[in-house]
Design a protein around this ligand. Structure first.
Ligand SMILES: Nc1ncnc2c1ncn2[C@@H]1O[C@H](COP(=O)(O)OP(=O)(O)OP(=O)(O)O)[C@@H](O)[C@H]1O
Ligand SMILES: [Mg+2]
Length: 463
């Protein structure tokens, strides 16, 4: 069942219930007051006959009253105190007699309603006592045929039915448009999510209201955008991987074809085998890094953080990489005060620093200086790796943390990079609760800065 139909049905049933109850109430009230009005006017008529009789009681007055009533839709019967009929405007029939026969011990001067049940009796009736002198006293009975009353009520019912139908009609129209208007955004969102589930992520959810529905639409829209972005990124990623895999494989295939030639001398063959070996190593390294990244993506790798004293931690790294730097005649300095603590996973963080140092080494020339510098301010600790290398063009800076992004493809091939190091660094830093940023000037150098919250823990074990 469609949601608009359900919603419409719900509203319809609710309003119908309310309408029925209030119509019923109103109908009863109107009829009740109408009947009361009839009875009161009947009584008032009886009272006015009484007044006339009390002023001038005579046969001709009686005749006169009878004559007057015979021309109206009411009837009058005047009796004496013993119940004998003195005059009647119509012939007294059985139903009238039944009413006349009723005894009323105390009839007030202003009259009394003696029959009000219009539904199952033939007449509604009132009685008024009169007394002009000792002998001439009795009762003025007033009758009104309930057929007239019923006709009146039927007329009233007709109006009620007409009003109800009209109301229902307008209600249906209103509900139709209302439920359409209310469900339109839902339907738009449903269509959008269906498209999403079918894998088409470039959807637009056209709901711009500022309510819960609008917020929901906003969420769906950002989900779609995110999925779209992920899809694009995945495609680019796969394209990069296949590209990266293809290059060494082409070399391997080409050189192995040559190396298989019979007429090749031993020196040449070993040169080609050397290239094949290098390329397979390169492939191996790439696969290692990809594997590493995949594990980080699925969040299967665990980080076990502990408080680490920075100076001794960095000293051990400094010691480890110093030979490589000396080899390339690059000076590597470490500036770090004692008693600075941060909370990290030591082996993961070592990977970060090694990666950054690897870049500094790769992208710096001889006789330059690379510095590992730790500073502390406002409860934060900054660890910077500053080199005097080739630098990064400013237009490349926003992208260097992307996977497979390299500033100069040819330069990177010479240095054997894939452009994965920094993307891994960024993920590793962020997963440990830190942040990384970069500043660089072409031909002047680059500075990577990692910021962590300082841990004030003097007697903590160092890493
Ligand atoms: N210290 C630096 N000085 C100059 N350029 C740098 C520096 N660090 C990174 N870059 C540039 O940023 C690019 C991305 O660096 P990243 O570490 O991600 O890749 P890579 O070093 O080329 O390869 P990989 O680290 O995967 O072996 C590099 O190709 C290089 O052009
Ligand atoms: Mg690198």
């Amino acid at each position: 069942m469609k949601i608009s139909f359900k919603l419409g049905l719900c509203i319809f049933v609710c309003i119908l219930l309310m309408e029925t109850v209030s119509m019923f109430y109103l109908h009863n009230k109107v009829i009740h007051s109408r009947i009361n009005q009839e009875l009161e006017s009947l009584k008032a008529r009886g009272n006015s006959h009484r007044d006339v009789l009390e002023i001038t009681y005579s046969d001709s007055t009686l005749q006169h009253i009878g004559l007057m009533e015979s021309h109206t839709d009411t009837d009058v019967v005047i009796t004496n105190t013993t119940g004998n009929t003195l005059m009647s405007s119509e012939e007294v029939n059985g139903a009238m007699k039944k009413i006349l026969a009723k005894k009323h011990p105390q009839v007030p001067r202003k009259g009394l309603i003696i029959q009000s049940r219009w539904k199952d009796e033939r007449y509604i009736a009132t009685v008024t006592p009169f007394k002009s002198d000792k002998e001439n006293e009795g009762y003025v009975y007033m009758f009104k045929n309930t057929r007239d009353v019923e006709e009146l009520i039927a007329q009233l019912n007709k109006h009620f039915i007409f009003a109800t139908v009209l109301l229902l009609f307008f209600m249906l129209i209103t509900i139709y448009f209302l439920s359409k208007a209310l469900t339109r955004p839902l339907i738009a969102m449903k269509e959008a999510t269906t498209k999403l589930s079918q894998g088409s992520f470039s959807v637009a959810v056209p709901v711009h209201s500022h309510d819960e529905l609008g917020e929901l639409a906003q969420s769906i829209q950002s989900l779609a955008n995110e999925l779209n972005y992920l899809k694009k990124e995945r495609n680019e990623f796969l394209a990069s991987i296949s590209h990266e895999l293809r290059t060494p494989l082409t070399y391997i295939k080409g050189y192995s074809d040559i190396a298989r030639r019979k007429d090749l001398d031993a020196a040449e063959r070993s040169r080609y085998l050397e290239i094949i070996h290098d390329e397979s190593q390169r492939l191996n390294k790439l696969l290692d890094e990809l594997f590493h990244m995949a594990r980080m993506d699925i969040h299967t790798f665990t980080i076990s953080k502990k408080t680490v004293q920075l100076s001794s931690f960095l000293e051990s790294i400094h010691e480890k990489v110093l030979p490589a730097f000396s080899n390339k005649k690059i000076q590597l300095n470490l500036e770090c005060k004692d008693h600075l603590y941060i909370e990290i996973d030591p082996s993961r963080f070592e990977q970060v620093i090694l990666n950054l140092l690897d870049n500094a080494l790769k992208y710096s020339n001889e006789y330059t200086i690379t510095t590992i510098k730790v500073t502390r301010s406002l409860g934060r600790i900054s660890i910077s790796i500053i080199d005097q290398g080739v630098g990064i063009p400013s237009e490349d800076i926003p992208h260097i943390f992307d996977r497979f992004y390299r500033v100069e493809k040819s330069r990177a091939r010479d240095t054997g990079g894939f452009g994965l190091g920094l993307s891994i660094v960024k993920q590793l830093v962020e997963v440990q609760g830190g942040a990384i940023s970069v500043k660089s000037r072409l031909e002047q150098g680059t500075c990577f800065t990692i910021i962590f919250k300082e841990i004030k823990n003097e007697d903590s074990s160092s890493g």
